[in-house]
Ligand binder design. Structure first.
Ligand code: CA
Length: 233
């Protein structure tokens, strides 16, 4: 079920939108001020955000701009004023669409559907920006790693190492190569540093980190990345 967040300070308006969207089968949450809206956006899990422009505590523009720095969740701006400036600003801030108040609910739900459809189509095209090996997916666009159906929290260096591995499957990669690629000129650790990162990475992506199937140690050289067993023995 698609999940929509409505950030709108006029309660009757928010509830009317919520009612219409629920009727169409969406799951809906409401935030009645900007600050709460931003918190809820950040914590994510929404397929689409309906964002009012004029909000107490934090306005819609700021939320939109901040959210765009970390996520591509589709946003439809709700603007009270039918001025071109608002529209242009709304789109420049990274909104996917806007709708001017007053609007009828049929128009709104049609826009919601259209944006979700468009994002889904773009998502399919963006699949090229994803590295997939076995049940591990690195989404380079979103800087996000999933193992199976779980999103895995990954600090930058672990992420970079995984990215290098996934781009070079089956090759024995020398330690010096991995360090050079992942840290560039900024490596000040000792040789143990790489092993520590590899260990953490294994804990996140291996079913049994003690018997790694993905990141294989190649003695005297470095590591090799394998797809792992795709079927159960
Ligand atoms: Ca408002």
């Amino acid at each position: 079920m698609k999940k929509v967040l409505i950030v709108e300070d006029e309660r009757p308006m928010a509830e009317a939108i919520s009612f219409s969207l629920r009727k169409e089968g969406y799951e809906v949450d409401i935030a009645l001020d900007g600050e709460l809206g931003w918190e809820m956006c950040k914590n994510g899990g929404y397929d689409l955000i309906l964002l009012d422009l004029m909000l107490p505590k934090m306005d819609g523009m700021e939320i939109c701009r901040k959210l765009r720095q970390e996520s591509s969740t589709p946003i439809i701006m709700l603007t009270a004023k039918d001025s071109d400036l608002d529209k242009v600003l709304g789109l420049e801030m990274g909104a996917d669409d806007y709708i001017t108040k007053p609007f009828n609910m049929r128009e709104l739900t049609a826009r919601v559907k259209a944006v979700l459809r468009r994002v889904q189509a773009e998502g399919a095209a963006e699949a090229k920006g994803r590295l997939v090996i076995g049940n591990i997916v690195v989404n380079e666009e979103r800087h996000e790693v999933t193992v199976g159906s779980d999103v895995v929290d990954m600090p930058l260096m672990e992420y970079r190492l995984l990215e290098i591995f996934m781009k070079n499957p089956g090759k024995a990669l020398p330690r010096s190569y991995l360090i050079g690629q992942a840290w560039g000129g900024d490596f000040y650790g000792d040789t143990k540093t790489l092993d520590v990162h590899i260990r953490r990475l294994r804990e996140k992506i291996e079913e049994d980190p003690a018997k790694p199937e993905h990141i294989i140690t190649v003695r005297g050289v470095g590591y090799r990345f394998e797809a792992g067993r795709l079927t159960d023995e």
